[in-house]
Design a protein around this ligand. Sequence first.
Ligand SMILES: Nc1ncnc2c1ncn2[C@@H]1O[C@H](COP(=O)(O)OP(=O)(O)OP(=O)(O)O)[C@@H](O)[C@H]1O
Ligand SMILES: [Mg+2]
Length: 228
Amino acid sequence: MSKPVPLLAARDLTKAHGRTEALRGASVELRAGEILAVTGASGSGKSTLLHCLAGIVRPDAGSVTYGEERLDTLPEPRLSELRRTDFGVVFQFGQLIPELTALDNAALPLMLGGAGRKDAQQRAGEWLERFGVRGQGDLRPGELSGGQAQRVALARALATGPKVVFADEPTGALDSLASEQVMTALVHTARETGTSVLLITHDAQVAAYADREVRLTDGTLAPSEVSA
Ligand SMILES: Nc1ncnc2c1ncn2[C@@H]1O[C@H](COP(=O)(O)OP(=O)(O)OP(=O)(O)O)[C@@H](O)[C@H]1O
Ligand SMILES: [Mg+2]
């Protein structure tokens, strides 16, 4: 049997922020339906890697291939479309829109995809429910706790039925019980829908939910010794 083709593959990525070389030849593959944990010390380049893989930041060198397409050279209009249709991103620092309620934040990508407001709100509400924040739907991000905001961001990322979810420390502001609940909901959804997940975490208990773990050290990746 031939080796399964990865859904998303990064090869030899380099990316500098000013004089800081955040990535120095990082290669990683994400398979269809796989949950992959990326771990590594603070400042090791995890968020930079996620931004390159999700087509938010262009690497300085190396390639990012999604299916048949090269994301690193894809023209911006097609890249934006792909991000909207195929990717869901949970940023490390939430990035909810402050003027919108939690419900409308979660509903927005559905509306951008063409759904009417009522329909989008109803579907978004179900996602808030799944992550235990339905009761906070009318609140604005400034009125949410850090953990509630993270759960709204997860609901928003999953509501459109993406093929790949990129989650940057999605449990970073949660206690262990809430982490467990959120990870259970995320893994359940991913398994149910065949969604691939790239999960950045510094928490070994969270990484244990993944199928596989890779570790970033000095801007390059190595398989972790602790493999699920
Ligand atoms: N916009 C930026 N401007 C300048 N330097 C940056 C920028 N973003 C990241 N860096 C630097 O690049 C390196 C990698 O940052 P990155 O955010 O990818 O790390 P990380 O592994 O996600 O860290 P953490 O676990 O703390 O979130 C760090 O040294 C950081 O200071
Ligand atoms: Mg980070």
